[in-house]
Write a protein that binds this ligand. Structure first.
Ligand code: DAH
Length: 372
């Protein structure tokens, strides 16, 4: 017979306690495994994400990988959202792990981004430093600039300085001060580009010649004067082979005591021989300009002119400065005398380079310009 059960209450209690304890332990264990598995999941995801970021072949792929993991709908972001569902006591450890992983992922993203940027900036093919260099094409001076520079150089040799003046001029400096009467055909609106009011009732215009700079220089300085003025001038001409509404001139002015026509001829001959060669011949033909008295036109001839079937070619206007012009700028014509001249630069360039159409200078076709 079985021994009547002899209940030892203390035993029962202890066994009960044991059971409770082990239940408690299991639940703690369960909870730990759960937390552990969450952290393990983070770790696993992180490792895959890191591998994918590192393997992204280019910037676009990298951005896509970034979106897939840590973008608003990324896998890693989704994991972070699960944090909220964890029991309170597990949150700190899991949160810490998630944040650490996120920092790691972002660092890996930056590193890969920099690597890819660097790779994209590198030359696709290796550089061969033994190849010959590539020369940069050098520009050239326009033929009109070259001719102007030569003329200026010739005059510098005999002591002339370069002066400058405005292309937008008033009627006084372009005409009145040069003793040009109000009814002179050059002032006609057919020939001159008028721009309208310049204030104080003055009419502004595009200068028709560089002679206006004679006045501007003499107004500013006392005699003696020895200047040349290269510059652009404008006339209402229709463009054809020998006319262009814009062209270039050179003006010369020499003022001193006892200046004669002999000085004028000697100077002009020296300069044109420098420019066009020693075999040119010049001719001074009486003419009329309102700012010189007497006035001349200079013609020239050379073997080339004769080859063109012409005897003489008209080159420049010149003369002895009119006493009225001196009066207008406050020089005493009893003490001072001088000469002046003006000519077109295109004409000289056309002769020198045998160019038959003035418009070529202004078309800026590099095939033309490259030849000079
Ligand atoms: N101004 C004149 C012209 O444009 C050229 C000229 C003639 C200039 C005689 C002068 C001169 O200085 O004395 O046609």
């Amino acid at each position: 017979m079985a021994e009547p059960a002899c209940w030892d209450s203390s035993k029962i209690l202890s066994s009960l306690l044991l059971r409770e304890n082990s239940k408690l332990e299991t639940s703690i264990l369960n909870r730990e495994t759960r937390a552990m598995s969450f952290i393990a999941e983070i770790d696993a995801l992180k490792l895959t994400a890191l591998a994918e970021l590192k393997a992204a072949p280019d910037a676009a792929a990298l951005e896509q990988t970034k979106g897939a993991w840590i973008g608003p709908n990324g896998k890693f972001t989704a994991l972070m959202k699960q944090l909220g569902a964890l029991p309170k006591e597990e949150k700190p450890a899991a949160g810490k792990a998630v944040n650490a992983a996120k920092v790691e992922l972002e660092a890996a993203l930056t590193v890969r981004r920099e690597e890819l940027e660097l790779a994209a900036a590198l030359p696709k093919e290796p550089t061969d430093f033994t190849l010959p260099g590539r020369r940069r094409a050098l520009g050239k001076l326009h033929p009109l600039t070259q001719v102007t520079d030569d003329i200026v150089r010739a005059f510098r040799k005999i002591g002339f300085a370069v002066a400058d003046g405005p292309e937008i001029e008033d009627e006084y400096h372009c005409f009145d001060a040069l003793n040009t009467p109000a009814d002179h055909p050059a002032r006609d609106s057919q020939d001159t580009f008028y721009l309208g009011g310049g204030g104080g009732g003055k009419s502004m215009l595009l200068r028709t010649h560089t002679s206006s700079v004679q006045i501007r220089v003499m107004e500013k300085q006392p005699p003696p004067v020895r200047i040349i003025v290269p510059g652009r001038v404008y006339r209402r001409d229709n463009a054809d082979a020998t006319h262009n509404p814009t062209f270039q001139q050179i003006e010369g002015l020499y003022v001193d005591k006892n200046v004669t026509v002999g000085d004028l001829k000697g100077t002009v001959e020296f300069v044109f021989k420098e420019l066009l060669g020693a075999d040119v011949k010049l001719r001074f033909r009486p003419h009329y300009f309102s700012y010189t008295e007497p006035s001349f036109e200079i013609d020239f001839t050379s073997p080339m002119v004769r080859k063109m079937g012409k005897e003489w070619l008209e080159l420049a206007g010149c003369g002895m400065v009119h006493p009225q012009v001196f009066e207008n700028v406050g020089y005493d014509p009893e003490i001072w005398s001088g000469w002046a001249f003006g000519f077109g630069i295109e004409r000289i360039a056309m002769l020198r380079y045998e160019i038959n159409d003035i418009r070529l200078f202004y078309e800026n076709d590099v095939r033309f310009l490259r030849q000079f």
